[in-house]
Ligand binder design. Structure first.
Ligand code: APR
Length: 256
């Protein structure tokens, strides 16, 4: 509890806070992480998300991608951690979210300043003419899906291993690392380059690093100043109560 109070004080007095999120923030929305005991890389070979493998084996790659990301499409909903970050943004206590996730849950929770280091699964892009489609426009009954304009193969518009990071996300991340006085790291192992360089850069620039994770990560003993061990939604609910106590009182005495 003491640590939660400390985190609330740090966040309340911060001029500019950035949330840096990974797969762990979406676990309680029903989306499995990539690593750890229920990690998807324990069951699938990451090569399905390697761009050279995809271009040579689009059908096999798509079979795995569909099972991993599109069979549950639209079923996962934002959890209290996503919602708390969106509320912090509305109340002026969060400058931006830098996420490694492609699940669109920050946006669905209402966050507007979201920068996606690895893109987003809601669009497909033609590898030949680069036309983009919203996922619901395209049937995934036959794989690989093809472009209506040119017949080219469609690829999810998120970053595959071997592809470059979207410029806007990269610039926004380096800028955040330079101007944030608090970095709130939620649910990431810190294993994947170059995303994992951002928190150490923020630390180097003087940011206070607050980390939420049920397990220690690469950051915990390296850059983290305040480690809150636990699940994202449980801890963020407590932090939200500390940041916005008044509304909680109203709720407590609200007569329905
Ligand atoms: N709340 C918070 N954190 C959690 C929870 C939870 N309920 N459950 C698990 N975690 C933590 C795990 O302890 C782990 O540190 O979330 C982290 C998940 O780690 P990864 O699966 O490696 O996810 P991430 O760090 O985001 O991976 C980075 O790797 O495969 C690529 O592109 C993929 O964006 C992904 C990148």
């Amino acid at each position: 509890m003491e640590k939660i109070k400390k985190a609330v004080q740090i966040l309340k007095h911060s001029r500019f806070t950035t949330a840096f999120t990974g797969a762990g923030i979406s676990v309680e929305s029903g989306i499995p992480p990539f690593r750890g005991k229920d990690g998807i890389w324990n069951k699938y070979d990451p090569e399905a998300l390697d761009i050279s493998y995809f271009t040579e084996n689009p059908e096999h790659s798509w079979m795995i991608i569909k099972e991993l990301f599109y069979d549950y499409y639209n079923s996962a909903k934002p959890n209290p951690a996503h919602l708390a970050l969106a509320r912090m943004e509305r109340e002026g206590l969060l400058g931006r979210v830098i996420t490694q996730n492609i699940d669109n849950l920050h946006q669905e929770a209402g966050s507007r300043m979201v920068f996606e280091f690895h893109g987003n699964l809601t669009k497909l892009k033609c590898l030949s003419c680069f036309k983009k489609y919203n996922v619901p426009e395209i049937s995934l009954d036959h794989l690989p899906p093809t472009c209506r304009e040119c017949g080219g193969i469609l690829k999810p518009d998120f970053v595959f291993f071997g592809e470059s990071i979207p410029q806007d996300a990269l610039m926004a991340s380096y800028e955040a690392a330079g101007l944030s006085d608090v970095f709130l790291i939620i649910g990431t192992t810190g294993e994947v380059m170059p995303a994992n360089q951002i928190p150490p850069l923020a630390k180097q620039n003087g940011a206070i690093i607050v980390e939420i994770n049920p397990e220690p990560s690469h950051y915990t003993n390296m850059v983290t100043d305040l480690y809150l061990q636990g699940k994202a939604s449980e801890i963020m609910k407590e932090i939200e109560k500390g940041l916005f106590p008044a509304s909680l009182d109203n709720d407590q005495y609200r007569i329905d």
